[in-house]
Design a protein around this ligand. Structure first.
Ligand code: FAD
Ligand code: SF4
Ligand code: SF4
Length: 462
């Protein structure tokens, strides 16, 4: 049954009992009738405020009008003019904070914004064949892109469209970055990612897989071989709490747990011979999208009780509301204002309990959110057999030793000129999570677009 918010057309969803037994996609997508009904709500505002809310600047009213008129080829052309990954963005973009947040309907009494992301997904899922520009590979200039996540894919697609020869070097055996190894199939089906991410091969983009730049292939070699380089290696290293007991068995980072499930196909065990451990009582620490993904994954893999433990309150939770509501429907419990202070082990060094302190919120901290403070004498123990920490991501240390001369900030992220993505090295650009820290798919794509423009100008000036 779809969730119906005010007057907008609800998204059909898989029955919750079926969800818990599978990794099938939860949001099943609009039918044509639903898409046309939703598109008809758009006011076609001449000032197009929604476009400014989209980091890649899709001409939203134009494609929505085409959906309303069943002119899907034109809708698809409009979307692809700005966004190479509509099936992905339509599913995982935090639309409620971006394009939909500035839709004029959201300011009107009893109205909800047009469901822009759902309409974008509808058009993307029609998989209308794209006309490729006739100018592919007209330039002799060659660009290396390091990292096959959304930032790298966007740079590669935009530069290939402009006629440059582009090669993506990816550490894993498949393109897509976090879209493949982080976000689970019940939110973003794997074949959608592979189709869309690898679809840019049709633009002449070459892929070199299983090659870790700075480790299996020197960065300098890439710099010597190409006219320009873009680095989009993401923020793949997990931040860990380091509380006593962190090294006990069955204490995971969400990165490790989700990578085992998604990239190594533990979700398809025994079809794939790569199981992952999941216990009866699981605690997931944090409250972002990664937390919800880890908690819902653990539940699908057989955990009986999954509790999300967060040191702030529900109001400060950074996860998308839609995913939080799905988690509640799926039986995930939430313990707010609670901080783990120690993991306690049994005689076999398996985690068996978690000591926690209750928190209260003080004045706002540098993030603008109220700072959580421990309540004296409030400690208590929770019985658990598995912990998954989802408390943030940081830069991979490969940058420190594998990319000589590249200037980093004190947290290990790459320093760039904001407007262009240029690093301190000539012809070397960077963007996405490795510059901003963990952010969103569409922000990484926006950074990729900006960098592609700058790289093109730089190459033309050579
Ligand atoms: P990445 O996606 O991390 O891609 C970087 C790529 O570079 C990877 O494929 C990596 O293997 C490769 N690489 C790394 N080092 C090297 C090297 N030395 N040589 C070659 N290749 C290398 N965002 C949303 O908008 N909505 C969501 O719902 C959402 N949910 C998320 C859920 C999870 C579990 C996670 C972890 C993140 C989520 N995000 C979400 C965040 C979003 O996925 C990222 O912001 C986005 O993927 C960043 O894109 P990127 O291209 O910068 O990096
Ligand atoms: Fe909105 Fe994201 Fe689509 Fe842009 S890409 S229109 S922000 S859903
Ligand atoms: Fe349509 Fe909303 Fe954009 Fe206006 S702001 S054109 S109503 S999507």
């Amino acid at each position: 049954m779809g969730v119906r918010i005010a007057d907008r057309v609800g998204m059909p969803e898989l029955d919750v009992n079926r969800r818990l037994k599978s990794f099938e996609e939860v949001a099943t997508g609009y039918t044509e009738e639903m898409a046309i009904a939703e598109a008809s709500r758009c006011l076609q505002c001449p000032t197009k405020p929604c476009v400014s809310g989209c980091p890649v600047g899709i001409d939203i009213p134009t494609f929505i009008k085409d959906v309303k008129n069943r002119n899907y080829e034109s809708a698809s052309r409009t979307i692809f003019a700005s966004n190479n990954l509509p099936r992905i963005c339509g599913r995982v973009c935090p639309q409620e904070k971006q394009c939909e947040a500035v839709c004029v309907l959201s300011k009107m009494k009893d109205k909800e914004p047009v469901a822009i992301g759902r309409l974008e997904r509808f058009v993307g899922d029609l998989q209308i064949e794209r006309e490729m520009p006739g100018s592919l590979q007209t330039s002799k200039r060659r660009v290396a892109v390091v990292g096959g996540g959304p930032a790298g894919i966007t740079v590669a697609a935009d530069l290939a469209t402009k006629g440059y020869r582009v090669t993506i070097y990816e550490a894993f055996h498949t393109m897509g970055g976090v879209l493949v190894y982080g976000i689970p199939a019940f939110r973003l089906p794997k074949d959608t990612v592979v189709d869309e991410a690898e679809g840019i091969a049709s633009m002449g983009v070459e892929f070199v897989r299983s090659q870790v730049i700075g480790r299996t292939l020197p960065f300098q070699e890439i710099r010597d071989d190409y006219d320009a380089v873009f680095i989009g290696i993401g923020a793949g290293a997990p931040r860990l709490s380091g509380v006593p007991g962190s090294n006990l068995n069955n204490v995971f980072s969400a990165s490790e747990f989700l990578t085992r499930v998604n990239l190594l196909n533990a979700w398809q065990f025994p079809e794939y011979d790569t199981p992952v451990v999941v216990k009866r009582n699981v605690a997931v620490i944090g409250a972002g999208n990664v937390t919800m993904d880890a908690a819902r994954t653990a539940k699908r893999l057989g955990a009986e009780n999954v509790t999300v433990v967060y040191r702030r309150s529900e109001q400060e939770m950074p996860a998308r509301r839609e995913e939080y509501l799905h988690a509640i429907e799926e039986g995930i419990d939430f313990k707010w204002l609670t901080l783990p202070t120690e993991y306690i082990g049994d005689i076999n060094n398996n985690v068996s309990a978690m000591r926690c302190a209750r928190m209260e919120l003080g004045p706002p901290d540098e993030s603008g959110r109220r700072r959580p403070e421990k309540v004296d004498g409030s400690e208590f123990d929770m019985e658990i057999e598995m912990v998954i920490e989802a408390i943030g991501q940081k830069a991979n240390t490969v940058l420190r030793y594998g990319f000589p001369g590249l200037e980093l900030n004190p947290w290990g992220f790459i320093k760039t000129v904001e407007e262009t993505g240029l690093t301190n090295l000539e012809g070397v650009y960077a963007g996405g999570d490795i510059v901003t820290g963990a952010a969103t798919v569409i922000e990484a794509m926006g950074a990729g677009k900006k960098a592609a423009e700058s790289i093109s100008k730089y190459l033309d000036s050579l």
